[in-house]
Design a protein around this ligand. Structure first.
Ligand code: AMP
Length: 633
């Protein structure tokens, strides 16, 4: 298919969405057919495939277990514990039913929340699929988050059950999970009824009698359990996944069942060009949206084997990923620019030492893909590198090149063009007017209804969903991505960065507000600002500027240094090391406008060694001078 053909495919999706999505709905099995493709009468809330009943687990596991029982479904490789396990679709079907039976035994019913706080082990995927099977709502929390972040999410999701493990492992170092979970459960107001523990034998842990249950002990009694799929109305909730926004309180992105299944199945076909019987390898983590969509659900929905990897990209050496691609005949691979930048520090010979003939393309997402990185990896692998732009909220790519439909060449620096179903526009932030001409910077918005698979709402807070994301203009509703972008003359988009206080560290989205709240909880800190600062490896890192209650402490380098270490530890313990700032600079004052608004952009510019721009509104110019001085030192 040529680019022009993609244009007509796209046009049809936005001009006749009903017809288009009705056709795509045939990519999955329905237990009972839907009676309406999209109900948008309660705009901006969209309901897809109204009245139809289906099940994600049926579509991801059962239907393939019938058709190709012996084909690989889940390939788990851990270079951390040096193990590898392959589950066929029939075996995955068995394990998921066992897990589902255990969940039921522990009291989990349709609509109940199950919080999953686990490392990259097969049981995490079993747990997600088992929830989907019985209509429980999973909420996976990234294993890198610590007790405070976890407690917040527990209180918001109110899970009946928490599933966890003794520990993960990173670079050969055991990372215990259970003590963080126990601490989170002490701090949270909500108390789940039970905790299910997968004991990997990595770290001894305390067993709380009456609350904690051992997966291995429960497994034998349920090893032959038959747990039929619960047929769910398309708009019931499949999961919530927390993401950072502009407030300290993370938002639970809530997704449906039918729309998500259809959207993912369609994306596997049109965007990723993944085919049943092949192997898909996404290097993400189940704690992020890529892990949900393209480690667990997407590949399995397409009847592909999914390769789940626990380990670093550079151990035992920087060729490990390519060795896995060769050994498991991976056809589609998905990673993040940061990971490639890590590989780039190692011998490029690793890229050419393995037989990569099976691989068709490498997709990268989660943060801007810089040109040198794109060039390095594309030349090293000799494969197309496909950038794709999307968000936790959308669940699947907004901008990219649909590899199943077109072999249009990527343009360096651009993720590509709008995907079918997304009515993308650039608008003037202040007037809301659509920018028609090319090369104009605007806010990237999507006209509602959002296509299937995108968030239904914010869990438990419809108001926040509308307030945060939507603006109404001329009777139409527009979803804001909070990203600046521009479009070139050929219709390719370029992402220019966030318009809010969200930062992107190594592809992980973090809210500066959450980090600020954590730091300002320290008794020595009077006030603090956190900004994202450009970093050659991680894209961005968080940098903090703290005003101390005791100015003498800030002025004594040894004391300020000791405090910085204390603050690092505080962030590690409360939010997790992912959120740890690169530096906490102790300063005399923060740069603010006369009306008291923090001059965040000026702070960021200074930290990046740029001109801080217009400072006419600054209250106290000496604050900035002091910070400049600190940064120079
Ligand atoms: P998350 O919800 O964690 O996936 O983060 C989504 C945000 O990451 C987007 O709003 C963008 O700011 C950024 N992002 C994701 N993919 C890309 C990409 N391909 N290019 C540039 N920025 C991206």
């Amino acid at each position: 298919m040529s680019t022009t053909d993609y244009t007509s495919f796209y046009q049809r999706s936005v001009q006749d969405p009903e017809g288009f999505w009705r056709e795509q709905a045939a990519l999955i099995d329905w237990h009972t057919p839907f009676n309406e493709v999209c109900d948008y009468t309660q705009a901006p809330f969209a309901r897809w495939f109204v009245g139809g009943t289906t099940n994600l687990c049926h579509n991801a596991v059962d239907r393939h277990a019938q058709q190709r029982p012996d084909a690989a479904a889940l390939i788990w490789v851990s270079t951390e514990v040096k193990q590898e396990r392959i589950y066929s679709f029939a075996q995955l079907h068995r394990e998921v039913q066992t897990m589902a039976a255990i969940l039921q035994k522990l009291g989990v019913q349709r609509g109940d929340r199950v919080l999953i706080y686990m490392p990259m082990i097969p049981e995490a995927a079993f747990a997600m699929l088992a929830c989907a099977r019985i209509g429980a709502i999973h909420s996976v929390v990234f294993g890198g988050f610590a007790s405070h972040a976890l407690a917040n999410r527990i209180d918001d999701a109110q899970p009946k059950l928490v599933i966890s493990a003794d520990a993960g492992s990173r670079g050969g170092k055991v990372v215990p999970y259970k003590p963080l979970l126990d601490e989170a459960l002490e701090r949270s107001a909500h108390r789940p009824q039970a905790v299910l523990m997968v004991d990997r034998g990595l770290a001894a842990f305390e067993h709380v009698a009456g609350r904690d249950h051992d997966y291995a002990s429960l497994h034998p009694q349920h090893a032959q359990a038959e747990v039929p799929c619960t047929w769910l109305e398309s708009n019931e909730i499949s999961y919530t996944l927390y993401t950072s926004g502009t407030t300290g309180k993370p938002k639970g992105v809530q997704r449906d069942v039918g729309g998500y299944a259809v959207a993912l199945a369609a994306s596997m076909k049109y965007i990723f060009d993944g085919r049943a019987g092949e192997t898909y390898f996404s290097t993400s983590d189940i704690g992020w949206v890529v892990g949900h969509s393209y480690i667990v659900y997407g590949p399995l929905l397409a009847g592909m084997a999914t390769l789940m990897y626990e380990g670093l990209p550079v151990q035992p050496d920087a060729g490990i990923w390519w060795e896995l691609v060769a050994r498991h005949r991976v056809t589609v691979m998905f990673s993040a620019p940061t990971a490639v930048r890590v590989l780039k520090k190692h011998d490029p010979a690793h890229l050419s030492q393995h037989d990569l003939s099976s691989l068709r393309a490498l997709f990268l997402a989660g943060e801007p893909l810089d040109e040198p990185t794109a060039r390095w990896i594309s030349e090293g692998l000799g494969k197309p590198i496909i950038d794709n732009y999307w968000q936790t909220e959308t669940g699947w790519p907004i901008l990219t090149l649909a590899r199943g439909l077109t072999d249009a060449a990527p343009k360096l620096g651009s993720p590509g063009v709008p995907m079918y179903g997304y009515r993308v526009q650039l608008i003037d932030e202040n007037t809301g007017e659509a920018l028609q001409a090319a090369q104009q910077k605007g806010l990237l918005v999507i006209e509602g209804p959002l296509p299937p698979g995108c968030l239904q709402t914010v869990w438990g807070d419809n108001d926040r969903f509308v307030r945060t994301y939507w603006r109404e203009q001329g009777g139409r509703h527009y979803y804001s991505t909070f990203d600046w972008a521009l479009r070139d003359e050929d219709g390719y988009y370029y992402i220019l960065g966030r318009s809010d206080d969200v930062i992107n560290v190594a592809g992980h989205r973090l809210g500066t507000r959450e980090i600020e709240e954590c730091l300002s909880g320290h008794p020595a800190v009077a006030e603090v600002a956190v900004v994202g600062v450009a970093d050659a490896l991680k894209g961005q890192v968080a940098m903090a500027f703290a005003v101390l209650r005791d100015p003498a402490r800030a002025a004594t380098p040894q004391l300020a240094q000791a405090l910085e270490v204390e603050l690092f530890k505080r962030v590690d313990a409360e939010l997790g090391a992912v959120a740890r700032p690169s530096r906490v600079h102790c300063c005399s004052a923060l740069p603010k406008t006369r009306s008291g608004k923090l001059l965040r952009r000026a702070l960021q510019a200074l930290a990046e060694g740029r001109d801080p721009g217009d400072l006419s509104t600054i209250e106290d110019p000496s604050a900035l001078a002091h910070i400049q001085d600190l940064l120079r030192r």
